[in-house]
Write a protein that binds this ligand. Sequence first.
Ligand code: ACO
Length: 401
Amino acid sequence: VIDIRKLYGESGMFTYDPGFTSTASCQSAITYIDGDEGILLHRGYPIDQLAEQSSFMEVAYLLLHGDLPKKNELEEFNYIISRHTMLHEQLATFYRGFRRDAHPMAIMCGVVGALSAFYHDSTDITDPQQRLIASHRLIAKMPTIAAMAYKYSIGQPFLYPDNSLSYTGNFLRMTFGVPAEPYEVNPIVEKAMDRIFILHADHEQNASTSTVRLAGSSGANPFACIAAGIACLWGPAHGGANEAALNMLREIGDVKRIKEYVARAKDKNDPFRLMGFGHRVYKNYDPRAKVMQQTAEEVLKELKLSDPVLDVARELEQIALSDEYFIEKKLYPNVDFYSGIILNAIGFPTEMFTALFALARTVGWVAQWNEMISDPEQKIGRPRQLYVGATQRDYVPAGKR
Ligand code: ACO
């Protein structure tokens, strides 16, 4: 804590807190995390119960509205979301402006931001009804946007949504189906994918959610705010970690090489970190990682696949969890450690992993954005700084410097 009276001539104190490790930026009633105990609750419900017994649409409703929906409320919500799955046809042209090898996250930043140019009737943030429509649109359109980014990258035609399918089933069909052939959704894969979406739906004031709130605090429209969240999520220390974790496990390749990588992670002179390990808030096992590991086992069994990477992951976890460095620094597997193995088994290329995270986190982003906009105490986010630059000096013409 720095006394700024002498520095700035103002009364009072402010805190210098790089990375906001101990500064709350808002009040929120959506998600609770106890990092020491490894507890994650959405609106009071433990994440493992939601992952086991609920569905992504139910969790979306819960995050947005505060309570689990009754049967008729869930049916109505599913219906509303299914009515918004289509993208404006002109957006297909927008995709064609990207290079085929563009990263799906680059496409998603652009396309989601561009929604504000197409859906003018849901950009007035002072109107609660428009805010709700924008929220429904974002949740409904993200699977279509992500699937189109994938189809574009592999040169296949876009598939229109099939609203007779579930939210997740529809996404799988738009991604892996082809127009010439019927596509049957594998219920185990659908359940696993839905569970992955639940596990990524919200995580209180993480970097991308804080970005969405900060962008939204100026009154920016919701589509622009979610595009900002996608940009932030892309980083390898955040949403990009699942891609990085699988790449690392593949690079290790063999259980015999694990010790070498663990030693590198501990070496102060080596910037290498075990991807999928460690968390700003969890100083215990990430509760999502446990469900993710179990889901990885189920999916590989169902698809009759054996992936040596899963053996490497299991063994790496055991070695790291009994190593003093990781014990002392309280580094445990996080949600990203096993998710890449499941997504790879389902057939997603690594570039799509963060896009899937963005799809799921959109639900949390819109819930948090709505909470912020409806808060009567909401102000524009405006962090202060600790100035460390030059003191005042006079301008000198170029020839006299
Ligand atoms: N491997 C090796 N050492 C690590 C790791 C790791 N994965 N993570 C942290 N450490 C060490 C750091 O070197 C540091 O050591 P020091 O105290 O000797 O300097 C100490 O643990 C604390 O690390 P910080 O970076 O200060 O912790 P912070 O809370 O800022 O970082 C983060 C958290 C970014 C997640 C970090 O653990 C990391 O980089 N992990 C790998 C990337 C990853 O998996 N990200 C996904 C996060 S979950 C999500 O976004 C959904």
